[in-house]
Design a protein around this ligand. Structure first.
Ligand code: HC1
Ligand code: SF4
Length: 570
């Protein structure tokens, strides 16, 4: 143990404790800006400087450990003035157009400037007035970057994608794409984790809300929207609503006020994905001798981008099933258009996703199986939808719940849990068990794949066949698993990968709470929904059964192949 004095308080802490943590233990708050525990502890912003008796220089509290007998002053004149000067310096390199910034009201720099009572920027302004392409789903605004390095570290350490790096020197130092010239050419998975970990508005998604309003204003268009599983765990956060208040049915009411003609559920097509992917897996198992294992899930487009760029040798083992987003679009512009008796070209299909990679996925070649343009016209993030609702002065907290539309508004509990890590695996196993044995398992028979661990394994016995499965979340964990598979250290039959830590509930398009990983708080909402439903198996969803009966025939039929499956070349 080490004895220190902080602002006159005598305390004892473990050796190697940082000054920041020691102060916290003493109930003393030191402001930080660039700091991200375990990920970015480099003292880059110098907002956490403190004075240590006997030293001329100031110490950054986030990355300097305490030493025996240290006397620390967090708010001495010297520390206070240096901290304020440092923040003013950062402000001089930041385009302070706060009213029009996408992070206005949710910006750490804004918060800290206010907290330190700074209301002027006396230093000469110099920032780079440049943005990356407005057409790519991820946009970097260099005029807002404060060089905190959080994006660099999250992308490297958590996601193993290594997209960003520090470039130039001196006053020209900034963060930019590493190795290639354009962000579009980098191996970016579009997971969006650099956005949710950026303290300011330097990184954000392309805003597609105007495209949706244009379609709503077009009397020829029938505008329908699908709501991804993870949205119901988070959309209300930006309106100060609790999980129980921010129901999907209340969101439906808000979306009808926005002007959508039909509000549907991605849980429906998550069930459809299970029917196709589960059947594909059972087929592959029949040819175990010459099929390659494991089969990988394919619903997360961030993961698809990552495996294509980092581990192309595994691409052939991806399930050919399209993601629920894309299956929904294909069914909406075919079966549903037919049901409505309208030409599919009149349908404008929007998705609400916790994700940026979905914007790229819906624009991919081949995602137009219904023959009426792209099957999904626009993918909006949870944040964009909140902004859209707010811009129309809609107060969702005051609205009554409204049911989703039929038949594409019906999803099972198995579809709902897709949004949490392990959910796709669990849903798939529930139906695979049925496909193999003709009987339903206990709905919770496969619950050991739940939870926030980055790499989970389980073995289940299905009709005498031992299936070894793995579930990973976060691309860094996926990278480690693929490396282990490549070395032959592990062997699995089926692997679920979600690019974002915690799965879609922790998606890069979800509301931002600085330094709080929200996935563990959001995932229980999905398991509560599942537990509360009578319909817990994808293969029992009446809308799915109707869709096969009236339109698709059977899982893996020719029509199903044409509309619901894809390849991953190019
Ligand atoms: Fe996801 Fe999926 S679970 S990928 O996280 O398979 O984005 O929510 O919609 O498509 O269903 C995302 C969530 C989502 C798809 C489903
Ligand atoms: Fe890295 Fe993900 Fe950001 Fe792309 S979106 S730069 S992969 S953190």
């Amino acid at each position: 143990m080490v004895n220190v004095v902080i602002d006159g308080k005598h305390i004892q802490v473990q050796e190697r404790t940082t000054i920041l943590d020691a102060a916290k233990a003493a109930g003393i708050r030191i402001p930080t800006l660039c700091f991200l525990a375990g990920v970015n502890e480099i003292g880059a912003c110098r907002v956490c400087v403190v004075e240590v008796e006997g030293y001329e220089r100031l110490f950054t509290a986030c990355n300097n450990p305490v030493e025996e007998g240290m006397v620390i002053r967090t708010n001495s004149k010297k520390a206070r003035e240096a901290r304020r000067a440092n923040v003013r310096m950062i402000l001089s390199e930041h385009d302070n157009h706060c009213p029009t910034c996408v992070r206005s009201g949710n910006c750490e720099l804004q918060r800290i400037a206010n907290e330190l009572n700074i209301h002027d920027t006396p230093f000469e302004k110099h920032y780079v007035n440049r943005r990356t392409s407005p057409d790519f789903p991820l946009i970097r605004d260099f005029s807002l970057c404060i060089k905190c390095m959080r994006c660099v570290q999250v992308c490297d350490k958590i996601q193993h994608a290594n997209v960003w790096d520090v470039v130039n020197t001196g006053a020209k130092t900034t963060v930019d794409v590493a190795r290639v010239y354009r962000l579009e050419d980098a191996d970016c998975a579009l997971c969006g984790q650099c956005i949710t970990h950026c303290p300011v508005g330097a990184l954000h998604e392309r805003d597609d809300t105007q495209k949706v309003l244009d379609a709503i204003d077009d009397p020829e268009k029938i505008v329908l929207v699908q709501i991804a599983p993870a949205i119901r765990t988070a959309w209300g956060e930006e309106f100060g609503m609790k999980p129980g208040e921010a129901t999907v049915t209340r969101l439906a009411a808000a979306l009808r006020l926005v002007g959508f003609d039909y509000v549907f559920d991605t849980n429906f097509s998550a069930d459809l994905t299970i029917m196709e992917e589960g059947s594909e897996f059972v087929e592959r198992l029949k040819h175990r001798d010459h099929e390659k294992f494991p089969m990988f899930t394919s619903c997360c487009p961030g993961w698809i981008r990552f495996v294509k760029s980092h581990w192309p040798q595994f691409v052939g083992q991806l399930s050919s099933a399209k993601s629920p987003q894309q299956m929904f679009g294909a069914v909406a512009k075919s079966w549903y258009a037919q049901t409505l008796g309208v030409d599919p070209s009149r349908i404008f299909s929007v998705s609400i996703m916790p994700c940026l990679a979905k914007k790229a996925e819906c624009a991919l070649p081949g995602m137009d199986g219904a023959g009426a343009g792209q099957d999904v016209d626009v993918a909006l993030t949870t944040r964009e939808v909140s902004r859209l609702i707010r811009s129309l002065q809609i107060q969702p907290q005051d609205l009554e719940d409204e049911e989703l539309d039929m038949p594409l508004g019906v999803g099972s509990g198995a579809g709902a849990i897709f949004g949490a890590t392990g959910g796709v695996m669990e849903a798939a196993l529930r139906s695979a068990f049925f496909l193999v044995t003709g009987k339903n398992p206990e709905p919770d028979a496969f619950k050991s794949v739940r939870g926030m661990d980055g790499w989970k394994e389980a073995t289940f016995d299905i009709a005498g066949t031992a299936l070894k499965v793995a579930v990973v979340n976060g691309l860094g964990n996926a990278d480690k698993l693929l490396a282990a598979l490549d070395r032959g250290d592990v062997r699995y039959d089926f692997v679920e990968v979600m690019a974002c830590p915690g799965g879609c509930v922790g998606g890069g398009g979800q509301p931002i709470h600085d330094r709080v990983e929200m996935a563990p708080q959001r995932a229980p909402t999905l398991y509560d929904i599942d537990r509360g439903m009578e319909l817990r198996f994808s293969h029992e969803n009446p809308s799915i059964l109707a869709c096969y009966k009236q339109f698709l025939g059977a899982p893996l039929s020719e029509k199903a192949h044409h509309l619901l499956h894809t390849t991953y070349h190019g």
